[in-house]
Design a protein around this ligand. Sequence first.
Ligand SMILES: Nc1ncnc2c1ncn2[C@@H]1O[C@H](COP(=O)(O)OP(=O)(O)OP(=O)(O)O)[C@@H](O)[C@H]1O
Length: 255
Amino acid sequence: MTMNGARNAGETLLEIRHLEKRFGGVKAVADVTMDLRAGIVTTLVGPNGAGKTTLFNLITGHLPRSGGSVRWLGRDIGGLKPYQIARLGIARTFQDLRLFSEMTVEENILTVMEPNALPFRLSGPPLKERRARAGHVLERTGLADKRAVRAMDLAYAERKFLSLARIMATDARLWLLDEPASGLDPHSYELFLALLREEVSAGVTVCIIEHNLDIVIGISDRIAFLDHGRLLADDDPKTVLEDPALAAIYFGDRS
Ligand SMILES: Nc1ncnc2c1ncn2[C@@H]1O[C@H](COP(=O)(O)OP(=O)(O)OP(=O)(O)O)[C@@H](O)[C@H]1O
């Protein structure tokens, strides 16, 4: 099933149990238990500082956890390095995109298809095949005519799409996207949404951090609401969005 309406989520891919992250006295993630299930889009929402990016960092091994566990297809992935977790099939984007700014658009894509970057493969496909795949992804993301342009010379929306294209070129089953649609103009946003729909239909599972409620409503099959590191809700979009207590937290009125 696809976004918005997928009520029959598939198997649990990622199992998060009692996950904790402390920074000194701050509990950035506090006793979070949730599942990411195959074939749907889960959106992580919550006020600034709620712990959304920290949760991504714990899943992807960019930060060590203080407690709890994360299991991928039943296997505890705590303690693995980010590149090892990526090889298992979990890919992510960053708010600051982290492109190779001096490299061309095509080179940025090819780096994620290097033999060592590929999941479950000791040797990758030949360069010709990788370039063909990169070309296909660039066509789909509207970047085909920018293939030879350095990433640093792209417009903002193009850089966002390059970040997405780099994930599309992997074989990852789970995508963790940190504000992928923020700052996109309406045309770019429609393209982003169409791409995401296609990928989810083709079997990709997505978890997105997003602030813009219009976007949240447009893409979510499920919404997880974090505040001060705690998971206050993890439910279908209607239930979460219509909860007045959550709205008060989201819009800063806790009275
Ligand atoms: N490396 C760090 N060292 C210390 N504190 C941190 C670190 N990273 C995050 N924090 C703190 O952890 C809490 C959660 O931050 P996080 O960035 O995960 O929130 P967020 O929900 O992603 O916020 P935003 O929506 O603003 O991106 C905040 O109080 C933040 O200041």
